[in-house]
Design a protein around this ligand. Structure first.
Ligand code: PEP
Ligand code: MG
Length: 785
């Protein structure tokens, strides 16, 4: 990315200008350095220092060049002196730009953040006054050339709905979007004022349109992906600011894919308890037992969608029974007894201080309702078009509607019927919530965190939703709708092709083979991985065997389960990750002290090293299975080389305990999830056969944004350049000596895959259902050499 340097006599002035410019590129990375004032500590001194400018240029330079903007007088002289102080090689990449400081900086930051080259960034800065000129009268010296009238591409006219018109922020977003379509030429004009055409890729020129709310803006596009570009730009002219995902909290991608359909709402039929007296403890107990059996069967049917979540629900049912039983014994009918027991337990959870424990109240209510409905024969909440006729409401349109809800319980998410629901739009929620995980498992596109206003969208209103980009449009005009439909048909074609080539290897356009593995949470996942053509199990989260039980699984039990996983994978390599628990994923028999920050606490390998007996048993089980199948052993949350060495010594002890020598095909590697480990990857390489980057944790630690925190969902993006840089660092350190894999969610992101492969990653591991699509994505990539 091109770096920017602001040279000013006044540090507060430079700071304020940079803050204003950053506001235009919210959420996107910038490389802006300040050289201002004469004293770092004293904000009151005025002046410029050539040495400070050279330092700022060096700091801003990431190899793509630097544009320097200055205020006036000696700032220019100091900048010229600074140039002379630089090495030739750096100097060649620097442009001293005579643009106006504030307007120039704003235009330059938008262009730089969108990936424009050095000269284009400088040219954008130079044109920074164009907006003002068009409003106040043109300055002859900088009149912009008008674009030709004739055109042979696609066009559309849309009306601006931003209350403040196409002002700086929406315009900056639009320009960034237009720039992302490399081979497309997109132009705009204000049809209401009769303006000339301007390129959609220039912030300074778009600002000259003076497009206010209600103005008609004509858009034309030609070249590669012209239709898509036209739709995206049109959507940004039309969209109101609430639906723009700007990097702050707002609509967030939660499950990939595109859906278009009428709005449907989740109808909650209230549970009205009948006023029958108890038939006596025995019959009431029998009723409850039947309802519990029915609920357990229902949960068993959906359990495979996310075993961890639903096993916890089953355990909650067991916890509730004694309380309900004793109320039945006191003379309450079963429904009333059950309702009282669940309400009491949910209230107990509600009163806890730990947020993780408090969140269990929702699980209690969810399973409690399920049993209650079974007890009184009430229908489950239904998806409806909310037609005034209530229960006679027709089903959603063929192909399904877009389900709108405040949030979803896991059971409801798991039961969404893809033949009735095309996509999901949630007012609240986060991409890492239980509901989002289950929606992804069902393959439904979803956007979460869309805000409470979406609950007021009348049923039947057309909704277009892109769960990959995290965008949605309400009653979109034809060009916007066409763009969403185009994306939908592109994805449908991709899925069909992906399915038919699932079992073939993933080879890039230029012949690089990439192993695409599956992340596995139980034996069922292993079967799904094989059925979806996974080349290996790149990550087996062995926690599933350790959680929700009173004692640790023994060696034999572990061997049996790992063996079943290996058998289900039919000879493919199985990467068994040792227990990754901690107070974020608690296991009762490995108690950890209460921690203020569980994600920064005793988790992963740290916990295993504190409990060598449990660890030793797991290592022994892995060694035994490694004699029968190709196994890789992987340690989670490694921070220091010493930890890795200690883990390897314990492995040696397990091999000795087993007594049959080291299994020849056993590979030993580690996850890179902690920035310190990524930065020191070279130090780990001598002790590892492979490195696997866990981008879920690496992202949260790099950006200091907890992965489960809905308010930080858009900040905690694996696409952030800081994460990319760390992955690059790991690949550089690994070189040809050990292979690098990525097994976090990022590995399934089609935007990330080309970058990961370019960095040197040669193995990706993703949810089993996503393996075919990821292979197809790899097949479209060309790896730069
Ligand atoms: C990761 O952190 O990216 C990872 C794959 O591990 P988990 O999601 O199990 O923490
Ligand atoms: Mg992790």
């Amino acid at each position: 990315m091109v770096g920017l340097v602001v040279v000013s006599h006044s540090r507060p002035l430079a700071r304020a200008a940079v803050a204003l410019a950053a506001e235009m590129t919210k959420g996107r990375p910038l490389a802006v350095e300040i050289a201002a004032g004469l004293d770092d500590l004293d904000e009151q001194t005025y002046g410029t220092d050539a040495l400070a400018i050279t330092e700022a240029i060096t700091a801003a330079d990431s190899g793509d060049g630097v544009v320097v903007l200055m205020d006036l007088g000696s700032a220019v002289l100091s900048a010229e002196t600074a140039l002379e102080l630089l090495d030739d090689e750096v100097r060649e990449k620097v442009v001293l730009c005579p643009a106006p400081l504030v307007e120039g900086l704003i235009a330059a930051t938008v262009a730089a953040a969108s990936g424009a080259g050095r000269d284009e960034v400088a040219a954008e800065a130079m044109a920074g006054l164009a907006g003002k000129e068009s409003q106040l009268g043109p300055a002859p010296s900088s009149a912009s050339p008008s674009l030709p009238q004739e055109h042979d591409g696609l066009s559309a006219t849309v009306t601006v709905s931003h209350p403040h018109g196409l002002h700086a922020r929406p315009a900056a977003r639009l320009v960034a979007e237009a720039r992302s379509f490399d081979g497309a030429l997109v132009q705009l004009r204000n049809a209401t004022t009769g303006s000339g055409w301007v390129p959609a890729t220039s912030l300074s020129r778009v600002a000259t349109l003076g497009a206010l709310q209600g103005h008609d803006v004509e858009i034309r596009a030609s070249g590669v992906r012209a239709r898509e570009a036209l739709g995206r730009v049109a959507a940004l002219v039309v969209a109101d600011e609430a639906s723009l995902s700007t990097g702050a909290v707002g609509p967030t991608a939660a499950s990939p894919g595109v859906a278009v359909g009428p709005a449907v709402h989740l109808r909650e039929t209230p549970i009205n308890l009948p006023d029958h007296p108890s038939l006596g403890p025995e019959p009431e107990r029998q009723r409850l037992t039947q309802a519990l059996d029915e609920t357990r069967r229902a949960i068993a049917q959906i359990r495979s969608a996310e075993p961890g979540i639903f096993d916890a629900h089953l355990l909650l049912l067991d916890d509730l029974v004694p309380a309900a039983d004793s109320l039945i014994a006191q003379g309450l009918p079963a429904p009333r007894a059950w309702q009282t027991a669940t309400t009491d337990l949910a209230a107990d959870f509600d009163s806890l201080t730990d947020p993780y424990q408090r969140a269990r109240a929702a699980d209690v209510r969810a399973v409690g309702d399920q049993v209650l409905r079974a007890l009184i024969g009430a229908p489950a909440p239904a998806v409806t078009t909310d037609a005034p006729t209530g229960d006679d409401a027709p089903p959603a349109a063929a192909g399904g509607g877009v389900l709108i809800a405040a949030d979803l319980t896991p059971a409801r998410a798991a039961l969404l019927d893809p033949s009735r629901v095309a996509g999901v739009l949630l007012a609240a929620g986060s991409p890492t919530s239980h509901a989002a995980i289950l929606i992804r498992t069902r393959g439904l596109p979803a956007v979460v965190g869309a805000g409470p206003d979406v609950l007021d969208i009348p049923a039947g209103t057309e909704i277009a939703l892109d769960g990959t980009a995290g965008e949605f449009a309400v009653a979109p005009p034809p060009p916007v709708l066409a763009s969403f439909r185009e994306r939908a048909s592109h994805e449908a074609a991709l899925r069909t092709a992906a399915r038919s080539h699932a079992s073939e290897p993933a080879v890039t356009v230029d012949g690089v083979t990439v192993a695409v593995g599956a992340n596995i949470g139980d034996v069922g996942d292993a079967r799904a991985a094989a059925a979806n053509g996974a080349d290996l199990a790149g990550l087996v989260r062995t926690e599933f065997l350790f959680q929700d039980r009173a004692t640790a699984p023994g060696v034999d039990e572990q061997v049996a389960v790992y063996r079943r996983i290996a058998e289900a994978l039919g000879g493919r390599r199985v990467t068994l990750r040792t227990l990754d628990a901690g107070s974020d994923k608690p296991v009762p028999y490995l108690p950890a002290p209460a921690e203020a920050n569980p994600f920064l606490g005793v988790r992963g390998l740290r916990l295993s090293l504190l409990h060598p007996d449990v660890f030793a048993d797991q290592l022994l089980a892995v060694v035994r299975v490694a004699r029968e199948a190709p196994v890789s052993l992987m340690f989670p949350m490694v921070t220091t080389v010493d930890e890795l060495r200690r883990a390897r010594l314990l492995l040696d002890e397990a091999v000795a305990r087993d007594g049959a020598g080291r299994p020849p095909d056993l590979r030993v590697g580690m996850m890179v999830e902690v920035p310190a480990a990524a930065l020191r990857a070279a130090d780990f390489v001598p002790y590892a056969d492979f490195l696997s980057v866990g981008t879920n944790d690496l992202t949260q630690y790099t950006l200091a944004a907890e992965r489960g925190n809905a308010a930080l969902a858009s900040l905690a993006s694996g696409l952030d350049p800081a994460v990319e840089r760390l992955v690059g660092e790991v690949c550089r350190a690994a070189g040809d000596r050990v292979p690098v894999a990525v097994c976090g969610e990022l590995a399934a992101d089609e935007r990330a895959v080309p970058r990961l492969l370019a960095a040197g990653v040669r193995q990706l591991s993703v949810a089993p259902a996503l393996v075919p699509l990821v292979k197809q994505t790899v097949r479209c990539v060309e790896v730069p050499r």
